[in-house]
Write a protein that binds this ligand. Structure first.
Ligand code: NAD
Length: 436
C-alpha cells in the first residue's frame, strides 16, 4: 500500500542561478529539529525519539484525471498518518502545486503536536495533492477529489483518520469527500471529514474558527508584550480562509491592519485597511492587489514592516535566515503552519521578538473540527455562540498553559508548546505499551 516518492534534491534551474528552495524538505527538517529539541529537554531515549519522529503510515496515490477536454492527466496525492497514540488521526487536505511527500510529513507531525497541545483526542495526519486548483474547473476538481478519496478510502474513517480543509480546499471539497466515502461504504458517514457545510452536518462557527483562534491568541500575546491592541498595528500575510478572517477579527478588536499580501502581491495603507471592503474586492478580483486606496508594496517588504504584530497566514518557511534579521514586528503569531524556520526562530529569540507557534496559534480550526465530530457523533448541534465560547476558552487555557510551562522550564513559547505536546503523546504511547 505504501510507496515512497521522495522529492528530488533542489538544483539550480540554470547554471549560476540561485538554488530553488525545497520548502517541503525544509519544513520536515524544521519539524524534526523542533522534535529533537523537545526530546532533549524531556530526556527521552533514542528509541522513543525514533518512534515519535517517524510516521506510522504513508500512502502515495496516482490520480488519473479526465479533463474537461477528454484528455487524461496523472496527478499525485499523499496521505500521511503520523501518530495514533491519543486517538484517530486528524489533519487537513492541501491542493497546491508545491505539495510534496516531505511537506505532508512535516504537516502531519505538527498536527500530532497540535491535537495533543489542545487536548483533543486525536493523533496527527495530513494529505495533499500536487495540483494548482486555479487551473482546473469545478467539475475537474470534483473528479480529482472523488478519485483521491476512493484511493485513500481504506485508511480514512471517523475512527481512523478525519480530513479537513487546508490550502486550496474548502467546504465543497469536504462535501465531495464525505459523499464519496458514504457511497462506497453504503451509508451516510458525516464524521469522516470536518469543515463540511452545515447542511450536511458541519458545525456552526467552523469556517471562522482558525482565524478567530488566531486573534484570541494575538490579543493575549499583544497584552502579554505590554501592547494595547487598540493602539497596535498589524500585517497579515495570506488573505485566504485564515488570513482574511484574522485580519477582519483584528480590525474588529481595534488593531490597525496596515498591510496584507497574497500570492499575487502586497498592499499597504498607513491609516489601516478596510477589511470588509477588501474582502469584497478579493471576492471579485481574486487578489488583494489593486485595492482602491492602498499602495502596492513588494511582497518581501510586507514581512519587514515596522508594526507591532505580524501574522504569517500563508505557507511554510517565509521567515528564514535571510530575512529574519530585518523583521521589525514585536510579536509574531503563526496563522500558517511552519512559517518560521529554525534559523529564523533563533534570530527572533536574539532580537526579543515574541513568537507564538503555529501548533498553539492556529489550533482553533482543529478545536472546532473536534466539536463538529462530537456533534456529528451525537447528532446534536450547538449554537454558534456555544461553539465560539468553547473555542475561546480552550484557546486561552492552552495559551496560559504554554506560558506556565515556558516560565517553569525557561523555554520560549515554541519549545514550551512542543515539549507539552510531545510529553502527552509519549505518555499515551508508554501507557499503551508496545505491541507485540
Ligand atoms: P487558503 O488557500 O484559504 O489561503 C492561502 C492564502 O495564502 C491565499 O491568500 C494565497 O494567495 C496566499 N499565498 C499562497 N502562497 C503564498 C505566498 N508564497 N506568499 C504570500 N501569500 C501566499 O489557505 P488557508 O486555509 O487560509 O491556509 C493558510 C495557512 O494556514 C496554511 O499554512 C494552513 O496549513 C494553515 N492553517 C489552516 C487552517 C484552516 O482551517 N484552513 C487551520 C490551521 C492552519
Amino acid at each position: 500500500m505504501t510507496t515512497e516518492v521522495l522529492s528530488a534534491p533542489a538544483t539550480p534551474a540554470t547554471p549560476g542561478a540561485a538554488p530553488v528552495r525545497d520548502t517541503g524538505a525544509e519544513a520536515l527538517e524544521n519539524a524534526q529539529a523542533q522534535l529533537s529539541a523537545a526530546v532533549q529537554t524531556l530526556g527521552f531515549s533514542n528509541g522513543l525519539h525514533q518512534h515519535l519522529a517517524k510516521a506510522r503510515r504513508e500512502m502515495t496515490v496516482g490520480i488519473p484525471l479526465r479533463r474537461d477536454d477528454d484528455s487524461v492527466e496523472m496527478l499525485t496525492g499523499y496521505r500521511v498518518q503520523h501518530n495514533f497514540s491519543r486517538g484517530p488521526a486528524k489533519g487537513g487536505l492541501r491542493y497546491s502545486p508545491n505539495v510534496s511527500l516531505d511537506e505532508v510529513r512535516a504537516l502531519a507531525m505538527w498536527m500530532t503536536w497540535k491535537c495533543s497541545l489542545l487536548n483533543v483526542p486525536y493523533g496527527g495526519a495530513k494529505g495533499g495533492i500536487t495540483i494548482d486548483p486555479r487551473n482546473y474547473s469545478q467539475r475537474e476538481l470534483e473528479r480529482v477529489t472523488r478519485r483521491y478519496t476512493s484511493e485513500i478510502l481504506p485508511i480514512i474513517g471517523p475512527d481512523k483518520d478525519i480530513p479537513a480543509p487546508d490550502i486550496g480546499t474548502d467546504e465543497q471539497t469536504m462535501a465531495w469527500m464525505m459523499d464519496t466515502y458514504s457511497v462506497n461504504v453504503g451509508y451516510t458517514v458525516p464524521s469522516v471529514v470536518t469543515g463540511k457545510p452545515v447542511s450536511v452536518g458541519g458545525s456552526l462557527g467552523r469556517p471562522s474558527a482558525t482565524s478567530r483562534g488566531v486573534v484570541h491568541i494575538a490579543l493575549a500575546a499583544l497584552n502579554h508584550a505590554g501592547l494595547a491592541p487598540a493602539r497596535s498595528t498589524a500585517v497579515v500575510q495570506g488573505f485566504g480562509k485564515v488570513g482574511a478572517g484574522a485580519a477582519g477579527f483584528l480590525a474588529d478588536a481595534g488593531v490597525r491592519v496596515v498591510a496584507v499580501g497574497d500570492q499575487y502581491g502586497a498592499i499597504h495603507a498607513a491609516e489601516g485597511l478596510d477589511i470588509r471592503s477588501l474582502t469584497d474586492h478579493v471576492r471579485t478580483t481574486g487578489s488583494v492587489v489593486g485595492f482602491p486606496g492602498s499602495d502596492p508594496i513588494p511582497s518581501d517588504v510586507l514581512l519587514e514592516l515596522d508594526v507591532d504584530l505580524l501574522v504569517p497566514a500563508a505557507v511554510e518557511g517565509v521567515l528564514h535566515a535571510d530575512n529574519a534579521a530585518r523583521v521589525q514586528a514585536k510579536v509574531i503569531v503563526e496563522g500558517a503552519n511552519g512559517p518560521t524556520t529554525t534559523a529564523a526562530d533563533r534570530i527572533f529569540a536574539d532580537n526579543g521578538i515574541l513568537v507564538v507557534p503555529d501548533i498553539l496559534a492556529n489550533a482553533g480550526g482543529v478545536i472546532v473540527s473536534y466539536f463538529e465530530w462530537v456533534q456529528g457523533n451525537q447528532a446534536y448541534w450547538w449554537t454558534a455562540a456555544e461553539v465560539e465560547e468553547r473555542l475561546e476558552s480552550r484557546m486561552l487555557a492552552a495559551w496560559h498553559n504554554v506560558l506556565t510551562v515556558a516560565n517553569r522550564r525557561s523555554l520560549n513559547l515554541r519549545e514550551a508548546a512542543t515539549v507539552t505536546a510531545v510529553e502527552r503523546v509519549a505518555e499515551a504511547r508508554q501507557i499503551r505499551g508496545l505491541y507485540p
